[in-house]
Design a protein. Structure first.
Length: 403
């Protein structure tokens, strides 16, 4: 089976609480750490890339409170942040996309450097820019760009860079909100689930028409996670729409129907998570699915079914989840390569693979990741943290790559 790993490596510099981060990702990756450690900031950096490419960099930064809220606040650190994403396209072609954003006066900003390279400089399509000026390119013509926008948006009009743009804009990130899922919703575009689940009824309607096999898989997993629920469908409520659940009731032979407004937070979040994982259809095939704490509001007994759903989804698309649930990670067959430990020291987030002792413990099946988490043994590798601290200002965003 071809690998579903789209993002192979992520390098971040001065993004929110993350001073320096350089990690490899798997088809299924768990970011594990306590509340407030910075797990969400890692996903948000990837989310910013998607937002900047589907809208504009300015809007993406402003939606996060402005540049001063996005770049890391620390004396002595530069006034810019950077992101580098190394990827493998569905065609098997490898490459990287990187950019660095710096501050100007009056709250303005500029893209100081940006580059997109496929296969390697001189081996395939590439471009490099500095402050809105093209410095190198494999292409004889290149669209006009400005220093306040990411050039990949314009470059996607060139056939050679289009797959990179499509892969990065096909990433989806989710922090499901039961309140929004519960409310009556206006009919919307259902090809892609929105980040909080605010168009969940339209997504179900679209899947029922375009991918009934995906919808059946969602129904099956929902029943496994919430055994009393036997199904869900989209229903019209005047000009609005909602969800109707079939659920067991004591003393009644057949399941009753309940609208979303009568369902628990855990059930609604579970549905949202499953829709995010299995929304692939003829109109939309995500490259990455990132989910914040999918186990929230679920009974611990449901963790096994949820874990199986995550593994099943990772066979079709790359999945990244944040978690601090021992129950979700209580799997002896979980590879230590699937875990990244997240911790905070002095206000700085550190993200590394597990230390060697924890990796060996898992490989020898002495403890599961969940058991290690209960023992407070999943923490960033101190040797890697020290190395990152020494080179935080030199973390290379541009050039190189493991082509």
């Amino acid at each position: 089976m071809p690998s579903t790993t789209f993002l192979r490596r992520v390098v971040l510099r001065n993004y929110k609480s993350i001073a320096a981060c350089d990690v490899s990702l798997s088809a299924l990756t768990y970011l594990v750490g306590p509340n407030g450690s910075g797990k969400s900031n890692f996903l948000d950096a990837l989310h910013l890339v998607r937002d900047a490419l589907t809208g504009s960099l300015g809007n993406a930064i402003n939606e996060r409170g402005g540049l001063n809220e996005v770049r890391r606040r620390s004396a002595g650190h530069p006034t810019h942040f950077g992101i580098r994403l190394e990827f493998t396209l569905r065609t098997g072609q490898t490459g990287w996309y990187a950019f660095e954003v710096g501050a100007l006066t009056n709250g303005a900003f500029e893209v100081r450097k940006e580059e997109c390279v496929l296969t390697g400089v001189g081996k395939g399509p590439f471009y490099k820019l500095e402050r809105g000026k093209l410095t190198q390119s494999s292409e004889s013509t290149f669209p006009v760009v400005t220093s306040d926008r990411l050039a990949l948006v314009s470059a996607s009009g060139l056939e050679v860079f289009r797959p990179v743009y499509e892969g990065l804009t096909a990433m989806g990130f989710y922090n499901l909100n039961p309140k929004l899922i519960r409310e009556l919703q206006k009919p919307q575009d259902g090809r892609l689930l929105k980040p909080a689940g605010e168009n969940v009824a339209s997504v179900i309607s679209h899947l029922e028409r375009s991918s009934p096999e995906s919808m059946q898989l969602i129904q099956d997993y929902l029943h496994a996670v919430v055994p009393m629920v036997h199904g869900v469908e989209r229903v019209s409520v005047g000009p609005m729409e909602s969800l109707s659940f079939r659920q067991d009731m004591a003393g009644v032979k057949y399941p009753w129907h309940f609208l979303a407004q009568n369902m628990s937070d855990g059930t609604l979040r579970a549905l949202g998570v499953l829709l995010a994982l299995f929304q692939k259809n003829a109109d939309y095939a995500p490259s990455v699915i990132g989910i914040e704490e999918p186990e929230t509001a679920l009974h611990p007994a449901a963790a096994g079914a949820l874990r199986e759903a995550l593994k099943r989804a990772a066979e079709q698309t790359q999945v990244i989840v944040t978690s601090h649930s021992p129950d979700l990670l209580n799997d002896m067959h979980l590879s230590p390569d699937a875990l990244l430990a997240v911790g905070s020291r002095g206000g700085a987030t550190h993200i590394t693979p597990l230390d060697q002792a924890s990796r060996e413990t898992m490989r020898e099946h002495l403890f599961s990741a969940g058991e290690l988490l209960r023992l407070n043994q999943i923490e960033p590798d101190p040797k890697i943290v020290e190395a990152q601290s020494l080179r935080s200002r030199q973390t290379d965003l541009f050039g190189g790559g493991d082509d």
